[in-house]
Design a protein around this ligand. Structure first.
Ligand code: FES
Ligand SMILES: [Fe+2]
Length: 390
């Protein structure tokens, strides 16, 4: 192992080995409910692309165990409501996606109708009755915000400022034509692991040499078990920045070639970097390449189950090319995602053993440490300070 003194002071690697989270936090249903309430219910959660949501259609969602639906009106305005009628609580949207017959949301039970802003506008078969206030019986709404063509919902009464979300880099994708990109492919799987296991795996590359042979060939520095050269001994911030990809490759496709025209407004540095990661904990990460963008969503389903969705986003002209080779784009990252999913499931199986109370993070796992500290902070648990056991 290299001695810490061979690393530049600006290197992100840790100079101690912190304990990882308690193993119980990955399996215990009561702890899981606590996380949903303290983390997922308090954060902005990604729920779909603006241009994948048809107007005048309800789409069901679940966030932190709450049933909701989205609706886009005919002016393009998007709202989110709890999926409960104010009369006696019936579900309003019954299918995954439900086209509206009129500009009204009508309860299937006793046919109360709400307009698309959630106001109660119709109570059929019932005489006007003193004391009943229609205005006080609108749908319960959740906050919605749009960013780069992505829709986010927050259940909190007082949502956090989206632009200051940790690690976000709210302007990081400004040079990509994000709002115009269309979904060319979607892949969903139900992983048998806790949601934090997948995020921890995302936050380190110590597993890359053993788990991702193809990715390490494409990005040689990953084959050294680090995410970037800044984690290598002898690195200095003054070093010239070179492409991290193997010779001749421009992007993450099977043949390394761009799948269409490169986005025109990227800086030279963004082209050289070959991939720009944007992380929106706890809901998604985005990887922007010179020719396409990938978005991966992480949704907890139960303590030991996580729904993973990957979306490949393209300029419409790229998808319209007569010789467009979707498999050349999708297969590269789909393989990496499947490898990460299998590694996360393997991790989860081992976490169940009673003798394993918690693990120990290595210096290159600084971003796993940052993630775990963020989880501790959200839960109001003591943070790990250097050399002190939690
Ligand atoms: S529960 Fe919706 S109208 Fe009665
Ligand atoms: Fe990985």
């Amino acid at each position: 192992m290299n001695h810490r003194s061979s690393f530049h002071p600006a290197s992100p690697i840790l100079d101690f080995c912190p304990p990882s989270l308690p193993a119980r936090w990955y399996t215990d249903p009561l702890h899981h409910a606590r996380e949903l309430a303290a983390i997922q219910a308090q954060s902005w959660i990604y729920v779909g692309r603006v241009n994948d949501l048809p107007p005048l259609t309800l789409r069901k969602l679940e966030i932190a165990g709450q049933q909701l639906f989205l609706v886009k009106d005919d002016t393009g305005s998007i709202r989110c409501f709890h999926n409960s009628c104010r009369h006696r609580g019936s579900e309003l949207c019954q299918q995954h996606e439900q086209r509206l017959k009129a500009k009204l949301i009508t309860c299937p039970y006793h046919e109360w109708s709400y307009d698309l802003s959630g106001r109660l506008v119709r109570v059929p078969h019932v005489p006007e009755t003193p004391g009943f206030d229609r205005q006080a019986n609108g749908l319960f709404s959740a906050h919605v915000t749009l960013w780069n063509g992505f829709i986010f919902v927050c259940l909190a009464a007082d949502p956090p400022d989206f632009a200051t979300a940790p690690d976000l880099g709210v302007n990081a994708l400004d040079n990509w034509p994000m709002a115009d990109l269309v979904t060319g492919h979607r892949m969903t799987s139900l992983l048998q692991c806790n949601w934090k296991v997948f995020w921890e795996n995302y936050n380190e590359c110590l597993h890359c040499p053993g788990i991702h042979p193809g990715l390490c060939e494409m990005v040689p520095v990953y084959g050294k078990g680090v995410m970037s050269s800044a984690e290598m001994p002898g690195w200095s911030p003054e070093d010239a920045v070179a492409s991290p990809l193997r010779d001749g490759a421009r992007t993450w496709t099977v043949n390394g070639k761009a799948c269409g025209a490169e986005f025109p407004n990227l800086t030279e540095a963004q082209r050289t970097a070959a991939y720009t990661f944007v992380t929106l904990m706890p809901t998604m990460y985005i990887v922007a390449h010179v020719d396409y963008v990938r978005a991966v969503t992480i949704r907890p389903v139960s303590p030991g189950e996580t729904e993973l969705t990957a979306e490949w986003l393209f300029a419409p002209e790229t998808l319209a090319q007569p010789d467009f080779d979707l498999a050349n784009v999708v297969d590269f990252a789909a393989t990496v995602i499947r490898e990460d999913g299998a590694a996360s499931e393997m991790n989860q199986r081992g976490l169940r053993n009673a003798r394993f109370e918690h693990g120990t993070l290595m210096p290159q796992e600084f971003d796993v440490f940052n993630f775990q500290q963020w989880v501790r902070r959200k839960l109001g648990e003591p943070l790990v300070t250097k050399g002190v056991k939690p």
